[in-house]
Write a protein that binds this ligand. Sequence first.
Ligand code: SF4
Length: 350
Amino acid sequence: MNRRSVVVKDLIFGSGKVFVQTMTKKDTRNVAAAVKQIEQIQKSGADLVRLAVPDNEAAEALYKIVKKVSIPVVADIHFDYRLALKAIDAGVSKIRINPGNIGSKNNLLEVVKAALSNKIPIRIGVNEGSLPKDLLVMFEVDPVGALVESVSREVRLLEDVGFNDIIISAKTFSVNLLVKTYELLFRKFPYPLHVGVTEAGPLFQGTVRSSVALGILLSKGIGDTIRVSLSADPTDEVKVGKEILKSLELETGPVIISCPTCGRTEVNLGKLTKLVEKRLLSVKKPLRVAIMGCAVNGPSEAKSADLGIACAKKFAFIFRNGKIIKKIDNDNLEKVFLDELESLICQEDL
Ligand code: SF4
């Protein structure tokens, strides 16, 4: 099957690159708060951001919000096609709406006409929590079938009116169900897939659950954009999403190789690791930094990194590109290592 690509402002879904997105958690009607959060989200590395548009006031706010931010904005709309029309007019880059829940065919035609003339795609967002009644019955015996059938119905509505700039999602909380559902969606439809575990939970649980699900799917080449849904700050969702992509080598960026510490560790490695992690948050370069607690694995890991430290009883050795550049007293290691990190970050030719 030839897979379709879909353009979302300056991003091409279906090009092989996987884009990270999240949602704002502020009231969209509060323009200043929404814009501030979008800026934080963008700074944390998101490629696009979605906003809930529950009413006309929120749709009106989009006119101001879209003008104030540079990241592609997606409007999340349910039931009221007029909100979709207004969001498109306000300049959003994509809308999420299910054609099956916006009323008559004329409503759908109006939305499709506006989306076509503004060149914006539509994401069909099916969720296990909002299946139509007949599919809820089917879900009891064939959950994958019910979710995929729900997507099929929505896709058909758009295809029947000649609209193909479609992105699909069908989210579930169950990792096993999600994986099976997306495997089938990938085989059945040529459209880009938005992948995410719905309501994945608080930061720790949701991170693990999302990482397992997205890891399985992305490693099979399934997924064009991801959203990690956490009961946490949206910037945490983005950080987790980006870390998942880095783990699968689908994206470059800084990585920290740090030992878990054990009874041999003589220094406060946890503190140093946290300081390095904090400093690297705003760095995009593909740096490899190793922080190792002793002479067992320390030197070899530290050698293989752009910058590494291997601590010993009284001294620590700092490595740059495989060579020892400094032997320092353990009392000074934080400052000296962070200075070296700074000089590495500032180096232009990485
Ligand atoms: S590198 Fe050394 S200190 Fe760190 S966990 Fe391994 S043995 Fe322990």
